[in-house]
Design a protein around this ligand. Structure first.
Ligand code: ATP
Ligand code: MG
Length: 140
């Protein structure tokens, strides 16, 4: 039988300093997974974008991070408070300063996408998880 899905969600104030807390949130829940670094990178980029490019970065703004593990699939989503910008991968010649975050996500994630509109968007990404190593050093 498949293990049931497990989900964790946390809401953060919309400031750049919170991105370090987001990384710790990912490590707390996925620290025993080989893909933890990839997950931290992806969720950091998406969180930084929520702060920088959406209303979540306005005074009093917030964003929420969700991690969901279902079988061997990890789904990560960052919910923001919307705005006029639209998440899209910048072309190589537009990347003089920045414009690399979503390109990185595009390379690291198995799939990614965007739900929502200018009132609120979720930018999400998925990664396959490798089987957990059996615990070593524990007696039965
Ligand atoms: N959550 C979002 N909502 C609205 N627009 C977004 C969002 N995330 C990204 N964007 C838009 O997509 C563009 C590309 O994002 P990307 O993360 O690749 O680059 P960047 O944030 O501009 O720079 P970098 O990530 O390299 O510091 C952004 O410049 C922004 O216009
Ligand atoms: Mg970015």
């Amino acid at each position: 039988m498949n293990a049931p899905a497990v989900e964790w969600r946390q809401t953060f104030p919309g400031t750049a300093q919170q991105v370090a807390r987001v990384r710790r949130f990912v490590a707390l829940h996925l620290g025993d997974r080989r893909e933890v670094d990839t997950a931290q990178l992806i969720v950091s980029e998406l969180s930084a974008n929520a702060v920088r490019h959406t209303n979540s970065g306005e005074p009093g703004g917030r964003f929420s991070v969700t991690l969901r593990v279902e079988g061997d699939q990890l789904w990560m989503g960052v919910l923001d408070e919307g705005g006029r910008a639209v998440p899209e991968v910048c072309k190589a010649d537009e990347r003089a300063e920045g414009g690399r975050g979503l390109d990185l996500v595009d390379h690291l994630a198995e799939s990614w996408g965007v739900h929502g509109d200018e009132r609120s968007r979720t930018v999400w990404a998925t990664v396959s998880l490798s089987p957990r190593l059996p615990c070593s050093g524990r007696s039965a």
